[in-house]
Design a binder for this molecule. Sequence first.
Ligand code: FES
Length: 259
Amino acid sequence: MIKKERMKVLNHKELAPSIFELTLQGELVSEMNQPGQFVQVKTTEGTEPLLRRPISISSYNSSEKQFTMIYRAEGKGTTLLSQRKEAEAVDILGPLGNGFPVHEAKQGETALLVGGGIGVPPLYQLSQMLVAKGVTVIHVLGFQTKSAIFYEKEFSELGDTYIATVDGSYGTKGFVTTVIDNLEQEFATIFSCGPTPMLRALEAGYREKKLFLSLEERMGCGIGACFACVCHTGDDPTGFSYKKVCSDGPVFRAGEVVL
Ligand code: FES
C-alpha cells in the first residue's frame, strides 16, 4: 500500500561530490517488499519547488523501520534536500512503481547486476535479496571518474565487483559493456539500472539472456502527470501503445518497451 509519512532523518552524508546518502525511519518502510521501487520526496518544508522528486530506494530494513536512498543533488529541490539534518523530518510518499523480479533468478544460479552512475543504488537491495536466496551475484558498476564512485565496498561484500570509469581513472577504462564483454563467469540473468545508452547497449548485446532494465533515469514527475516518461511498447506496430516508466515500471523486461 502507498503511504504518506513524515519520516525522521537518521543519517545524511555526502558519499561523493553531490551524491548523498539519506537514511530515514518510519512506519512506511513496512510497505517495502521489492527492490527497485522508488519514493516521492517533498524536498523542502516550504512551497517551492512544489513537485515531489522521485528517488529510488537503495536498501531497506523492515525490522528497524529504516530505508536508505542515494541521490544526486543537482536541481533546486535535491539541493534543498541535501541540507536536511539528523532528527529533522522529510515528507515521503511511497513505495511506488514495480521493481526487480527477484524470483527470476533461481537458487544456485548466477546473476549479473549492472549499474551506471546514479542507477547503481537500487541494485544494492536487489543484490542483498539475491544473495539471501542463494544466487551468486556479480556486479559491474560504471562511473564517470574515480571521485564519483560510491558503494564499492558494500557491493564487494556481496559478490565479485568490477568498476568501469569513462576516463580510466579507476578500474577498467570505458563502459560497463567493456567489462562484461571480457567476463569469464557465466550468468543466466541480468538486472540493470542506469542511463538509456547503457540500457540500449545491454539490450543490443545480451538479449539472449534474461534481461531486466530499470528506466528510472527517464522519470520526471514520478506520479503519472507529466508524460515525460512515456515509452512505446515493443510489440506494437502502430506506435500508439505506450507504457509509463513511473507507474508501469520503472523495471521492464528487455523488449517490453522501446528504449
Ligand atoms: Fe511524469 Fe511518469 S514521470 S508521467
